[in-house]
Write a new protein. Structure first.
Length: 154
């Protein structure tokens, strides 16, 4: 399933985000979290704590920082395409320019893992990554994430 409308809202998609390094990126993600009704400070703290365990940069210029938050009703995502790639200590040592933050309720064990796997599978598709990098607006980025499988195959 390619439709991410259950994880991502149009107002949670950003293009050309300026961040010089990972800490600045997490500050931008905190601001985005605040904008969709989450606790931005706590989100940034949890993302940073998770990142200390190991980098969430999984290669190909992509990172999926993720964390669990209390009082969160459902798994929620924020997507950012960075203006310039940043060092992220990714597994392939390449800088990151595509970031999909995933936050889940504290008790969403299997649901969190399934969402993470879905996002990871989608962001391993090189054709899809090229489309994300070429999209001209946040609306176009959102449309790519929410296109159904039939439209995506067309």
């Amino acid at each position: 399933m390619h439709d991410f409308s259950d994880l991502l809202r149009p107002e949670a998609v950003y293009k050309d985000v300026a961040a010089a390094h990972k800490k600045a990126l997490f500050a931008q993600l905190a601001t985005a979290a605040d904008a969709i009704g989450l606790d931005g400070r706590l989100t940034a703290e949890r993302l940073a704590a998770r990142e200390k365990i190991g980098s969430t940069g999984f290669g190909g210029g992509v990172a999926i920082p993720h964390a669990r938050l209390p009082d969160l009703p459902a798994v929620t995502g924020v997507f950012m395409r960075l203006a310039q790639p940043i060092e992220f200590e990714a597994v392939d040592d390449l800088p990151v320019d595509l970031v999909f933050m995933l936050v889940s309720p504290v008790d969403a064990g299997a649901e969190h893992l399934k969402a993470l796997a879905r996002v990871s599978r989608r962001l391993r598709d090189r054709t899809f990554l090229a489309k994300l990098r070429g999209a001209g607006s946040p609306d176009a980025l959102y449309a790519l994430f929410t296109a159904d499988a039939a439209r995506d195959a067309a």
